[in-house]
Every structure is written in structure tokens, then in C-alpha cells.
Design a protein around this ligand. Structure first.
Ligand code: NAD
Length: 263
């Protein structure tokens, strides 16, 4: 995969979860990374790790900040060729216990943020008459979900809808739009989240891998990053409007392995 000479904006790129896997994969493919984050110190620190990376601050849910961010990028480093809409916040709460503020913030960042960043991105491409590429980070919760995830799952389902619709609106300008839907990712952060519902999160993750995936190994943020880099590259030039599951086949299983295996 070759992203040499391409400026790729990664929102929420300073995160040590998916952001790190995505930035590593883009760096490996030779892309110039523009690390966006709401936390500017972290973004600056993270940008130092990669070959050609710079940092920009913006809250993706704020239209003025997004506009200012694109003005700054275009002035300092030129046009943005690709965007990875990775910035997102989770919400693990029973629907009847979540507050209106929590719901609004979730949709502002995870859904409205993608619309704001993608449209600002496309406007600068149209002005320059250039092609481009958008990759949204969805989740397998947009296909099947679990207790406490109704609102998160709804937000990520909206991401898949936006991915399809933007692909249709922007295809006429040679701008593609796809999504990656990560499954359970093996990371410290996942251990922390899973410990909310089980006293032994490591055992829970191992059981998930064995019983609830087709592949008997853990998916990493870098696996998701590699799928993102592929979708940003010309190797995927005819793919648009798609959401690729990077989940070891978890959403492919109707029943868990122990329930149906003949072994
Ligand atoms: N980690 C997983 O297992 C997993 C699985 C499926 C999908 N995802 C998705 O991947 C994306 C990243 O998740 P993560 O788990 O790596 O999260 P993370 O919390 O590690 O990183 C998110 C980053 O986004 C930044 N951020 C938050 N709000 C922002 C805003 N309004 N504007 C700009 N930056 C903002 C944070 O400061 C942070 O650096 C999210 O969209 C999430 O829904 C993650």
C-alpha cells in the first residue's frame, strides 16, 4: 500500500487505541499524518512518533473549530487528500439510565463530527479539483449489540448510513467513502471497559476469541489500521460505500462455537 505524498488527517489520532493502530499503518505506507485531537498536548506528543506527522487541535463536534482546523492545515501543509474519522466516544449505559446530555454528546462527536469533518474536507477538494478518500471508524455494534450498548449501537449504525450516503453524494467527484467496523480489540483499554461487567476481563476476552469468533486469535488496532490504509490507497479504487468488519469473523457466527461444534 502506497500513501507516499498524501496528507492524511486522522481525527482522535492521539488515542492509544485505534488512533495508534491507524497512524502506524499510514506511517508504514509512507503517508503524512495530520494528528487531530481535542487534546493538543497529546496530539503533539503522538505526532513526534511518526516520520512526517504534525498535530492540530479541534473538537470535531464544533463547526467553527473544524473550519479553523482545515484553514490551518491548508495554509501550513497544503491540501488534505484523505480523512480517517476515528474520533469517537463510547457510552456503555442502559438506555433508560442514560441522560439526554450523554446522548447528545455521543451523537455530536460520533455522528455530527463525521459530517462536519467530511464536508469541510470535500469543500477544500472541490476547490482544488482533486480526488480524495474518507474512512469512517464504525463498530460491529452497528450490526449486533449487547446490554448497555443501545445508544452506542444506534450512533454507529448512523455512521454506516452516513458512509453509504456520502459515497453516493461524493462519488461524482472521485471521492470515495468507506468504513471499518472493528470487533473486540485486544488492548488495555478493552480490559478496562470489559471489567465493568465481569471480574475477570482477560478470561472473558479469551472466551470471546475461542467461542465467538471464526478466527482463534485476537484482533489488534493495527489490524484495523491496515484495513484503513488499504481503503485509503489506490488498491481499493473501486470500493466505496462499504463497511468492512475487522472482527475475526465474530459477526459471521449465528451460534457460539461451543454450541455447534462437533469436536
Ligand atoms: N477500541 C475499541 O475496541 C473499538 C472498537 C470498535 C470501534 N472503536 C471506535 O474507534 C474509535 C476510537 O476509539 P478508541 O477506543 O481508540 O478511543 P480512545 O479514547 O482511545 O481515542 C479516542 C481519541 O479521540 C479523542 N477525542 C475524543 N473526542 C474528541 C473530539 N470531540 N474531537 C477530537 N478528538 C476527540 C480523544 O482525546 C482520544 O485521543 C471510536 O470511533 C470508537 O467508537 C473502538
Amino acid at each position: 500500500m502506497d500513501l507516499q505524498g498524501k496528507n492524511i488527517l486522522v481525527t482522535g489520532g492521539a488515542g492509544d487505541g485505534m488512533g495508534q493502530g491507524i497512524c502506524e499503518a499510514i506511517d508504514h505506507a509512507g503517508g503524512r499524518i495530520i494528528v487531530n485531537d481535542i487534546n493538543p498536548e497529546l496530539a503533539r506528543e503522538v505526532a513526534k512518533k511518526y516520520n512526517h506527522a504534525v498535530a492540530v487541535k479541534a473538537d470535531v463536534s464544533n463547526a467553527d473549530e473544524v473550519r479553523r482546523m482545515f484553514n490551518e492545515i491548508n495554509k501550513e501543509w497544503g491540501i488534505v487528500h484523505g480523512v480517517v474519522n476515528n474520533a469517537g466516544i463510547g457510552l456503555a449505559r442502559y438506555a433508560h439510565e442514560a441522560t439526554e446530555e450523554e446522548l447528545n454528546r455521543l451523537f455530536d462527536v460520533d455522528v455530527k463530527g463525521i459530517w462536519l469533518v467530511s464536508t469541510a474536507f470535500v469543500k477544500q477538494l472541490l476547490k482544488a479539483g482533486e480526488a480524495g478518500n474518507i474512512v469512517n471508524i464504525s463498530s460491529i455494534h452497528s450490526f449486533a449489540t449487547m446490554h448497555r450498548m443501545a445508544l452506542y449501537s444506534t450512533a454507529k449504525t448512523a455512521v454506516n448510513g452516513l458512509t453509504r450516503g456520502l459515497a453516493i453524494d461524493f462519488g461524482q467527484y472521485n471521492i470515495r467513502c468507506n468504513a471499518v467496523a472493528p470487533g473486540m480489540i485486544y488492548s488495555e483499554q478493552s480490559v478496562h471497559i470489559i471489567s465493568r461487567w465481569t471480574p475477570d476481563p482477560i478470561k472473558w476476552m479469551k472466551d470471546h476469541k475461542t467461542d465467538h469468533q471464526c478466527l482463534n486469535y485476537f484482533t489488534t488496532a493495527r489490524d484495523c489500521g491496515n484495513a484503513v490504509a488499504f481503503l485509503l490507497s489506490d488498491l481499493s479504487r473501486s470500493i466505496t460505500g462499504q463497511t468492512i468488519h475487522v472482527d475475526g469473523g465474530a459477526t459471521n457466527l449465528l451460534y457460539n462455537n461451543a454450541y455447534t461444534s462437533s469436536k
